[in-house]
Design a protein around this ligand. Structure first.
Ligand code: G6P
Length: 611
């Protein structure tokens, strides 16, 4: 989390940095700051959003051709002006912005205090910059060399940029565990946590690797390792349209992304399937096809919404390919001493490709010899680069903090994987495979139809916007959807919501049900339909208020439910791609009606690069 941007070149740095910070605000938004060099090294920072920082600097002299900015998601020290980045060293000669966590900061701080350094904030980042200053003072070396040596002392994760008042033409940066991209323009350079602040100016980027130090001085880019070995920068051309990171007339990114789903689902299957000829292909899998076909077990590691997509995959892969699947919270898996063998395949799912726990979980599995497959949305992200093979979801940039189109893209890719393995293993017969492919091809148009429910869902949202609790129930393929629906509501409306397997409800949550409890039941026509009808009766008998998501044309459940939302019919294997749509819209409208900041919900960040 935290977003960093820096610029050096012929333009005025401040507007570029502020615009970049706004693009990165999804990474954290509790405070923001900027440092500019214009003879001096000036730092301006403020608690709150980038817009608060903009207001703060409106009457200040913020000109300069080199500078850096930061938008923060607090780890060490509460969000306030002092803890906001950039941080000066004790002498105020140098300053840092930092994304990540320095785990040994307390020990380093004690040492530095003994040596006379002083600290203003409670952050680990201020320790980092004082360490750099201390090394430079003691070894009388250049600043880039001091930064390089400091990288040997710190334990943890970082993407940093360092500026020095004494060197008005140099940007120094380094990375370990937190993302960092260099943009190369005409006589100008950009540094950022991802490419979104850069693509307006250039499509040529270099992804910085772990333990690399970047020095941009007098128009030259130099990358060397922590061990001082010079690297040849690998310049990649990014294909990302500027419109894809703008709101395009929608009031919020989340709504735009919900409505983009017919297109993003299509993009995630594009070139991977031709139903007419029963043709399925996924470059990433081809090379490892035998491993997939012969896998004894598939482990899925992920967090948040990606974990829910993983849960859908468990149903899909076990059903269609008959390989046992275990879905793990990456944060638990990595600390559990898990049993992993070389015959296991581990699938890491991550929209951002930067989630620290998912990355660590896959590294652990890799160290034990498992084959690692990645499903990421962000091209060139850390997880995408750490895996043996993988498939991008191609959903386009997702900026709203609550994940929507990334989920449906992940489920689409996972459906294709399940079909590919199932057909190769002979567990999915050709006729069934063909039916599924035809059905999958029709999903974008059906999502389009489901989106027409928006007006009806707004009305339902108005009825329930003041509820204090919600229960979401589903069975089979709709159980992960219930979890996802509840998560969406919690994240952006701050209403307590629980997702539960509908049958498990009677072992606890049923005690919560009374006439005030809205219960969203996802009850589409599938193999557990009769069972979920009974579960609805159980809720109704306790006067719960039922909002049912049903298949178009159903007459049984509408007779029992208080509110009915009809979605198009599809195969139960693919139903999450449709049943999640009304739940995304419900949470969106309730949150808007409650006056919540939908795209930047409190305490959350889109990309969680700390453990
Ligand atoms: C954060 C986001 C969630 C996301 C989760 C996993 O918590 O707020 O929306 O699902 O991280 O992120 P990933 O990028 O790994 O899918």
């Amino acid at each position: 989390m935290c977003g960093i941007v820096a610029y050096v070149g012929h333009r005025d740095a401040c507007p570029i940095i502020l615009k970049g910070l706004k693009r990165l605000e999804y990474r954290g938004y509790d405070s923001a700051g900027i440092a500019l060099m214009n003879g001096d090294l000036s730092v301006y920072k403020r608690k709150g959003k980038v817009s608060d920082l903009e207001e703060f600097i409106v009457d200040k002299d913020v000109h300069g051709h080199i500078g850096m900015g930061h938008t923060r998601w607090a780890t060490h020290g509460e969000p306030n002006d002092v803890n906001a980045h950039p941080h000066y060293s004790s002498s105020k000669r140098i300053a840092i912005i930092h994304n990540g966590i320095i785990e040994n900061y307390a020990a380093l701080k004690t040492l530095l205090l003994e040596k006379g350094h002083t600290f203003q904030s409670e952050t680990d980042s201020e320790v980092f910059i004082n360490l750099i200053e201390d090394i430079q003072q003691n070894s009388k070396c250049s600043l880039p060399e001091a930064v390089r040596l400091a990288l040997h002392e710190v334990v943890g994760a970082y993407a940093i940029v360092v500026l020095s008042k004494e060197d008005q033409n140099t940007l120094i940066a380094a990375r370990k565990g937190s993302p960092l991209v260099v943009g190369i323009g005409e006589g100008e350079y950009f540094l950022a946590s991802d490419a979104t602040p850069i693509i307006e100016y250039t499509n040529d980027v270099v992804y910085v690797n772990d333990f690399e130090l970047v020095v941009i001085r007098d128009g030259e880019l130099e990358i060397r390792t922590k061990e001082d070995v010079v690297q040849t920068p690998y310049v990649q051309r990014l294909e990302m349209a500027l419109e894809s990171i703008e709101k395009g007339g929608y009031p919020h990114f989340m709504l735009k992304e919900i409505f983009e789903q017919p297109r993003s689902i299509l993009d995630s299957m594009r070139g991977r399937m031709i139903a007419e000829s029963n043709h399925l292909m996924m470059g990433g899998i081809r090379e490892f096809e035998n491993k997939f076909v012969n896998a004894e077990r598939i482990l899925i590691v992920a967090c948040g919404t990606s974990w829910h997509a993983g849960l859908v995959a468990e149903y899909l892969i076990e059903d269609l390919a008959r390989i046992p699947v275990e879905v793990e919270y990456a944060s638990e898996f990595r600390y559990r001493n898990p049993i992993i063998s070389e015959r296991d395949i581990v699938i890491a799912i991550s929209q951002s490709g930067e989630t620290a726990d998912t990355l660590a979980a896959l590294e652990l599995a890799k160290s034990k010899g498992a084959t690692i497959f990645g499903i990421c949305n962000v091209v060139g992200s850390s997880i995408a680069r750490a895996t043996d093979a993988g498939a991008y979801t191609h959903a386009g940039p997702e900026i709203g903090v609550a994940s929507t189109k990334a989920f449906t893209a992940q489920v689409t890719v996972l459906s294709l994987i399940a079909m590919i393995i199932g057909s190769k293993r002979g567990t999915l017969e050709t006729t069934k495979l063909h039916q599924l492919m035809v059905e999958l091809e029709s999903i974008p148009a059906k999502v389009e139809r489901a989106l027409l429910l928006d007006v009806q869902i707004q009305e339902i949202s108005a009825t329930f916007k003041d509820a204090t609790n919600f229960l979401y129930l589903g069975r089979g393929y709709n159980f992960p959807v219930a979890l996802e629906g509840a998560l969406k509501l919690k994240e952006i409306s701050y209403i307590h919501a629980e997702g539960y397997p509908a049958a498990e409800m009677k072992h606890g949550p049923i005690a919560l049900i009374d006439e005030h409890m809205p219960v969203v039941v996802i009850a589409t026509k599938d193999s557990s339909y009769e069972k979920i009808v009974s579960n609805i009766q159980e809720v109704k008998a306790r006067k719960g208020r039922i909002i049912a998501i049903v298949t178009e044309g159903d007459t049984t459940i509408p007779a029992m439910a208080d509110y009915v939302i009809e979605i198009p019919e599809t195969s139960e294997h693919l139903v999450p791609l449709l049943s999640v749509i009304p739940l995304q819209l419900l949470s969106y409208h309730i949150a808007v009606m409650r006056g919540c900041n939908v795209d930047q919900p409190r305490n959350l960040a889109k990309s969680v690069t700390v453990e």
